[in-house]
Ligand binder design. Structure first.
Ligand code: AMP
Ligand code: GLY
Length: 415
């Protein structure tokens, strides 16, 4: 099959690696792609949030499957436009992508489906926000109601900081703080049947020991040695199937990748957020362990035949990815620096470009590269990932030094 993959970050590089390996894929085309993807797929230029432009490209390329990586095209209705051309697309409709695009919508669906999540209020003015903050008490959780690429959330003990964030955003969701380790669970679904991937853990804060501001994610690992037995079954039963049923009931079935962000609290798993696409950088580790051909799986979800798909096969061992970020990320990432040492297997490109003049590799985003490695266990995978990091040179770059460390040392406890 001919596959068109939309996007150009680390997640898409990880997706492209596995799609290219799938024997059923005769041609892999990526728009816009990135320098890491350049060696494994053809690249095309298109405005990825323009539904008719993407649909036209899919027709022109005679795509049998379109895989949409990032959230912005989903929310813009790109999946709908491609589907309207009769082409299979992995990615939800704009209506269904509201599970990610609007925190208020997601809460509404969770309430209707009795899905366990933090209690929350949507607030549009200072008085309402202050009331909500005082009802829940610190730590305060204030979320921008719209798409914010994982950076619209402030968690703070400082009431003034919480109020200021609400003022900056306009419309926010204020919610109860959930205490416990976080899990990212990806679920492939055709709207009815649903197949969970391996749970992973992301590192949202910029600094070691979970300090500093939230980012898009600074690293990830899988599997989770500390995860309670039965966790995935419980989440499928209490979260995923009720949510999918509620979306069907509303006439807007969710088909694609349902990303369930959870906190494992003393009272059990609670949903922190839904996303409508693969997570970044968790995808880098989860897909590194997937043995089942990826295109076949995504095509089954895109064509409503997931129930007939064989059970997934996983590789033994573990995977770790460490994000190499640009100077001053996440506040004001510096771009345009020359990178060396990035042309090794396992180095995933997230924010890079080639300079036209001399082909030099330059940083072009906040999260620049993801050093990804597998190993017989987490410790081996972690050592290999940090070996890759040490081989990368990027002026001013920084990375977390504690990705997967607490899990390896047995320091993660479910309350
Ligand atoms: P979100 O964009 O909703 O995923 O939030 C980003 C990050 O903020 C999460 O990964 C958590 O680390 C943190 N966070 C969000 N909501 C809560 C909550 N209710 N309780 C504790 N931490 C939260
Ligand atoms: N790693 C978090 C996200 O993709 O939203």
């Amino acid at each position: 099959m001919r596959v068109l993959l939309l996007g150009g970050g680390g997640r898409e590089h990880a997706l492209a690696l596995r799609l290219a390996e799938d024997a059923s894929v005769t041609e892999l085309i990526c728009a816009p792609g990135n320098p890491g993807i350049a060696g494994i797929a053809q690249q095309r230029q298109v405005d990825i949030v323009d539904p008719s432009a993407v649909a036209a490209l899919a027709v022109e390329e005679a795509a049998d499957l379109v895989v949409i990586g990032p959230e912005a095209p989903l929310v813009a209705g790109v999946a709908d436009a491609v589907r309207a051309k009769g082409i299979a697309v992995f990615g939800p409709s704009a209506e269904a992508a509201r599970l990610e695009g609007s925190k208020t919508f997601a809460k509404d669906v969770m309430t209707a489906a009795a899905v366990p999540t933090a209690r929350a209020y949507t607030c549009t003015d200072e008085v309402g926000t202050a009331q909500a903050l005082d009802e829940f008490g610190p730590p305060y959780v204030v979320k921008n109601d719209g798409l914010a690429a994982g950076k619209g959330v402030v968690v703070t003990d400082d009431r003034a900081v919480a109020l200021a964030h609400a003022r900056d955003c306009g419309r926010v969701v204020v919610e109860e703080y959930l205490a416990g380790p976080e899990v990212s669970l990806f679920v492939v679904t055709d709207g009815e049947a649903a197949v969970p991937l391996l749970p992973a853990q992301d590192f949202k804060r910029v600094g070691d020991g979970d300090t500093g501001p939230n980012t898009g994610g600074m690293g990830a690992y899988a599997p989770l040695p500390w995860s309670p037995t039965g966790l995935v079954d419980e989440v499928m039963r209490d979260v995923v199937h009720p949510t999918l049923a509620e979306m069907r009931r509303r006439g807007t079935p969710f088909a694609g990748l349902l990303y369930v962000g959870l906190a494992i609290t003393a009272a059990g798993p609670r949903v922190i957020e839904f996303n409508a696409r693969f997570g970044d950088p968790e995808t880098q580790v989860v897909l590194a362990l997937l043995d089942t051909p990826l295109a076949g799986l995504l095509h089954a979800a895109a064509t409503g035949t997931l129930a007939e798909h064989p059970p997934l096969r996983w590789r033994d061992g573990a995977a770790v990815t460490v994000v190499v970020a640009a100077e001053a990320y996440p506040a004001k990432p510096r771009t345009g620096d020359v990178i060396t040492g990035a042309d090794r297997p396992g180095v995933i490109h997230a924010g890079t470009v080639r300079r036209a003049a001399d082909g030099a590799l330059l940083s072009a985003g906040g999260r620049v590269l993801c050093a990804t490695a597998t190993g017989v266990d987490l410790a081996a995978a972690r050592d290999a990932a940090y070996d890759l990091v040490r081989g990368i040179e990027l002026p001013g770059a920084h990375h977390r030094t504690d990705i997967a460390a607490a899990a390896i040392e047995g320091r993660i406890a479910v309350p």
